[in-house]
Design a protein. Structure first.
Length: 154
């Protein structure tokens, strides 16, 4: 009986830690989106070097600000958090071509190598983070990693 009580306590403690980590990552991503929104609205010139010449800079800033604001709000609301995680991941996927374009420029916006490589790697971590939020908050997502193996000797 004591062994079962200890196991139950450890499971609850693990779930609590996972919940805390999920909240931290979610609020960090939401803040990233909302700060990005403010940047696109109040300092659009900062983002212009990241936008290819063939794409209208004003339109890119407006669309990105709207998308980042929507994703940030979705992440903050518990009922829409799963959708926010998925939208975050998709938005980060949408930014990958711009990061690849910047990576191959003669004068990358983020500076000389290895900065563009690091930035591209971080982009893929952000995509994974959005998917992780989605999987941990979606009601029908696979949660076997959260609960661990069953008690039947597996």
């Amino acid at each position: 009986m004591l062994k079962n009580a200890i196991t139950l306590y450890e499971k609850k403690r693990g779930v609590r830690f996972l919940t805390m980590k999920l909240k931290i990552v979610t609020y960090l991503f939401a803040a990233l989106m909302l700060v990005g929104t403010a940047g696109h609205v109040f300092n659009p010139e900062f983002y212009e070097p990241m936008i290819p010449d063939f794409f209208p800079a004003d339109l890119a800033n407006i669309l990105t600000a709207l998308a980042e604001f929507a994703v940030g709000v979705l992440l903050l609301i518990p009922k829409t958090r799963a959708l926010g995680g998925l939208a975050f991941a998709l938005l980060m996927v949408g930014f990958v071509p711009f990061h690849v374009w910047d990576f191959f420029r003669d004068d990358p916006m983020v500076g000389p190598q290895p900065a563009p490589t690091i930035r591209l790697a971080i982009q893929f971590l952000l995509i994974y983070g959005g998917i992780w939020i989605y999987r941990r908050t979606h009601p029908v997502a696979d949660r076997t990693a959260e609960t661990g193996p069953s008690e039947k000797g597996e």
